[in-house]
Structures are given as C-alpha cells and as structure tokens.
Design a protein around this ligand. Structure first.
Ligand code: NOJ
Length: 544
C-alpha cells in the first residue's frame, strides 16, 4: 500500500481524536486458535467507526503485533519490520490501514524501543562474541571480581536486572524479563535503526506511535549501585521497591534528547504523533511536553490510574496539570489500560459511568481501553491459567495484569463471540449480560453513554479544544468545571459519591445536554441555583 492511497490527514488531528486501545490477543479471533488477530480487528472496524451504531473513535492504538516469542505478550520483539504470524502478515496490516482509513480511523503502533526479545537476531549477534558488529547494541558488563552481577540493579518484573551469558562471559542488563535485553541507546547505530523502524511504519500509513517504557531508555554511565529504599517493607512491598531507582531509569536529559530526534522523524507537517509511556507526576510530564519542539511528541498521563475516586484528588491533579501546560502542550487522560485492573473493578459500575463522562469532557485526548465502554470487569483468573509473566515472577502482590486482558465480550454466544475455541484467557462469567450486542439494544447501557459522549465531544468545540476552567462546587463530593471555546460554554458536574449532592451556581443555563442518569428530565433542570445530583451522577449543561 503506498502512502498516496491514504486520505490526507489534517494536522494535529489527534487533539480532537478519541483513541481506543486494542489488546490484539483479546479482541477477535478469526483463526480459531483462541487468540485475537488482525483480521479480527478488521472484521470489527464497523463497531469502532463508520456506521450509525459505531462507537465513533478516531484512532486505535494496538499493543505490539510484531513477531515475538510472547514472553511478555509482544513486548519482546524479534523483528520490528514484520507482523507476528499468529496475528497476520504485512498484507493484512496494509488492509487494516486502508479499511480503517475508509472509516476515519488511524492506526497507532506500539513502539517497543527500550528492549528487544532475547531471540531477536540483533541480540543473537550481540551475544555471539565480544567483537561482532552488534557487540555494543546492548548493555554488556563484566562480572565483579567475585563473579557476581556488575551492580545491585533490579528488574521491574522481579529479580536482578542482570543475566550472565556464558558465551561472552559477561552480564547483560534487562529492565524487565531476562528475555527482554535492553538496547544501548547511546550507540548511534541503535538510534538510526530505531528511527528506521518509525519510518517503515509511517510509510505504511500509520498515524502515530505509543513509545513503550521510555523512562528506562538510558542508564547511569558509571552503572552505580542504587540506594536502598529506607521505607521498603519486604513482607508487603514489591521487591522492585527495595531500591530507589535513580540510576537505572529516568535519565531525563538524554531521554528528552531522543524525543527531539523522534520529532525530526515525525516531520514538520504534524500529521503523526507519538505518545510515550511515562509514569510521572504533572511537573515531570511538563518537561516531556516541552522537549518536543514540534509539539508532536507527548507523554502519557497515567496519573489518574492510581488516584482514589475522590474529588479532592482528581481536582488537585487536573487543575495542576492543566495550569502547567500552555496552549501548545496537548494533554491526554487515561483511565485504564492493559497494565492495571479495569476501572469497574477499581470503582464499581455506576462510578465507571461518571468516570466516562469525566474522561470525555476533559481537555486532552481520551484513551479508552477496549471493554471499558461495556463496563467489562469482574474476572477471576485461576492460578493455573495465569499468563502474565510479571505475576508469575512476583506472585501474590495483586499485580495480575491478566484480569484486564480477557476476551472482548461481543455477544452471549459461547466464548462471548470472541472465538469458537477455548480462549487464551478465560472469558468473564458476566458476558451474557455485559456484551456489545445486548448493550447496543439498551438505551441506558454504559456503551450507549460512551457513544453519546463521544458524539457530543466531536460536535463540540468547547469539549474538544476549549479551555478548562476549574470551579469550586461548594460540595466536597462534586467536581465541577467549565469547558469554553469562542462559541460555546459547557458546565460539567460529576458527583463522586453514592449519595445525592446539592450544588448551586450563578450561571445562566441554556439546558442540560447529557446526564449519566437516564431518568433525569432534560427540560426541568435549567435553574442552576439549585441542582440536586443523584448518587454518582454526572451532568453536562449548556451555558449562555
Ligand atoms: C510497559 C507495557 O505497557 C507493559 O505491558 C510491558 O510489560 C512493559 N512495558 C515492558 O515492555
């Protein structure tokens, strides 16, 4: 597929986009092996956009789809220039791009740049001797005189960050599994090759990238030991937290230099963007926004994943983050992804509806994790079925990422219409009730709420690009704010509690536009001097 065959993108289209994240192994299986595939995504594109009943999303970020031994479900890449055989091939990928394009959907690739698979030919060459052409593509270090690892660094997934290789008589460093050796980003050949990877997929028509684990890209040049964490409790805490990671991650200055390099590859037209996985606070995110001179690279804002569902916590974060950014810095809001438990499991079903309203009315691109729009959750994975390598390495801490990766629930057929074979992870028992088919028919379903919110966001200049103006609601359970563009002003109120909440505002209201509570009478609520929100209700009002 040549670039010419794609419809031209409008610059900075991602600012007004709603992005949907697909975990490809769990979306739709068309081969009958119990795992999702690219053809399955193509078959389900109409669900995502292009028809009256579609969800209405503008782009899909697909977790890694390259050839991989799947020790970490694709985050261990063997060949960055191909598609995993179990998922499809390049031809199917091209078809996906063009079929998605017909429906106004762009494809965002996962860009796994910190590490490769230990079965990647680059690593096989690198480990073959100390003087081969790729000898310095990875982080190799001699053992200490007593034969032990070069320093005390730990792997995020448990155990030491170093594995000894008999062949070279050296250790290699891995921030994650020993099957995922870290590349040496100070080697210019690595940088060149990884820029080529971006160009390859841009030429195939993708709209952008999600850069994996970017905080890990550089390590201390002297490989110093990391200090012990004085607050670490070995009885209860994750073993990775035994150290304070000041040398093995967050080497900010050099990471930000790479953002500038990627800026160059993405070009001047602002047609493509990259969002980087960053588990950082608002102030640190700002530096990532600032590093991208072309304003096409952004950090992922993952802060809201960890916040308790409390007005003060959300208000503090959102107000601070939004006020730190200037007009050029485009934020994003992520309420669930493949690495944390599902939002319904964190805050429950009714609150998940108001969370959807919050996410889709904030200033910043919303990323919706597949199944969130159905209220998927509630899965228990029996110990013998666990697939997550992290959970396997450090069991019992509640990491279990499988619970958020179970098959998409399409209908009430066996295996929820995901596959006709036993799926790689169990389908949640609630699938006869929680599924696309049933929820599309129910006007009060969370799916139809998502569809209404996305449609409203697309029609509204205030909700897409308008300013965010924080308000004091006067009620500790109600988060209130205004989104304002040159032509529109919308007031949003979210009741975080199970109880009714009364609020009062002096604004003149032109009507209520949408409530998470289907019983609300839209004509009766124009007087903002006294509004009583139901428990967990969210409302959007038009202001004059
Ligand atoms: C972050 C990804 O989101 C996660 O799923 C993966 O295991 C690690 N990076 C390692 O690539």
């Amino acid at each position: 597929m040549s670039e010419k065959e794609h419809k031209p993108l409008s610059p900075e289209w991602w600012r007004s986009a709603v992005i949907y994240q697909i975990y490809p192994l769990s979306f739709k299986d068309t081969t009958g092996n119990g795992q999702g595939d690219l053809k399955g995504i193509i078959d389900k594109l109409d669900y995502l956009n292009g028809t009256e009943q579609s969800l209405g999303v503008d782009a899909i970020w697909i977790n890694p789809i390259h050839p991989s031994p799947k020790k970490d479900h694709g985050y261990d890449v063997i060949d960055y220039y191909d598609i995993d055989l179990e998922l499809g091939d390049l031809e199917t990928f091209d078809l996906l791009v063009s079929e998605a394009d017909k429906r106004g959907i762009k494809i965002i690739m996962d860009y796994v740049l910190n590490h490769t698979s230990s079965q990647n030919p680059w690593f096989l060459e690198s480990r073959s001797s100390r003087d081969n052409p790729k000898a310095n593509w990875y982080l190799w270090r001699d053992p200490k005189p007593d034969g032990s690892a070069p320093n005390n660094w730990l792997s995020v997934f448990g155990g030491p960050a170093w594995t000894f290789d008999e062949n070279r008589g050296q250790y290699y460093m891995h921030s994650f599994l020993s099957d995922q050796p870290d590349l040496d980003w100070r080697n210019p050949e690595v940088l060149d090759e990884m820029k080529n990877v971006l160009r390859f997929w841009l030429n195939r028509g993708v709209g952008g990238f999600r850069a994996d684990a970017i905080e890990h890209l550089f390590k201390d040049r002297d490989f110093r030991d990391e200090p012990l964490n004085p607050n670490y409790n070995p009885e209860t805490d994750n073993p990775y937290d035994a150290l304070i990671h000041i040398y093995s991650r967050n080497q900010r200055i050099e990471i930000l230099e790479i953002i500038k390099e990627i800026d160059e590859v993405l070009g001047n037209e602002k047609l493509n963007f990259m969002v980087s996985e960053t588990w950082l606070c608002a102030e640190d995110l700002l530096e990532y926004h600032q590093a991208s001179e072309k304003k096409v690279c952004m950090p992922m804002n993952l802060n809201t994943l960890g916040l308790p569902w409390r007005v003060d916590k959300f208000k503090d974060f959102i107000d601070k983050y939004d006020s730190l950014l200037n007009k050029d810095h485009w934020p994003n809001y992520i309420f669930s992804n493949h690495d944390v438990s599902r939002i319904v499991d964190r805050i429950g079903e009714s609150k998940a509806k108001s969370a959807a309203m919050l996410q889709l009315t904030l200033r910043g691109t919303p990323f919706i994790y597949y199944g969130a729009e159905l209220g998927m959750g509630g899965v228990r994975i029996p110990p013998e079925s666990i697939q997550d390598p992290w959970e396997k390495q450090v069991p019992g801490l509640g990491i279990d990422r499988d619970v958020a990766r179970t098959p998409m629930q399409w209908n009430d057929d066996k295996y929820a219409g995901f596959s006709n074979a036993d799926p790689w992870l169990p389908v949640c028992d609630n699938y006869p009730e929680i599924n696309v088919k049933k929820e599309l028919e129910d006007p009060n379903s969370i799916l139809n709420l998502y569809r209404s919110l996305i449609a409203l966001r697309h029609q509204s200049s205030a909700l897409t690009e308008g300013d965010y103006l924080p308000l004091e609601s006067g009620n500790e359970n109600v988060l209130a704010y205004i989104r304002e563009s040159e032509t529109e002003k919308k007031l949003i109120m979210i009741n975080f509690s199970d109880d009714e909440a009364e609020v009062s505002f002096e604004f003149t209201c032109a009507g209520i536009i949408l409530s998470t509570n289907s019983n609300r009478n839209s004509n009766a609520e124009s007087n903002l001097k006294k509004i009583v929100l139901e428990g967990n209700e969210g409302c959007i009002f038009e202001l004059q």
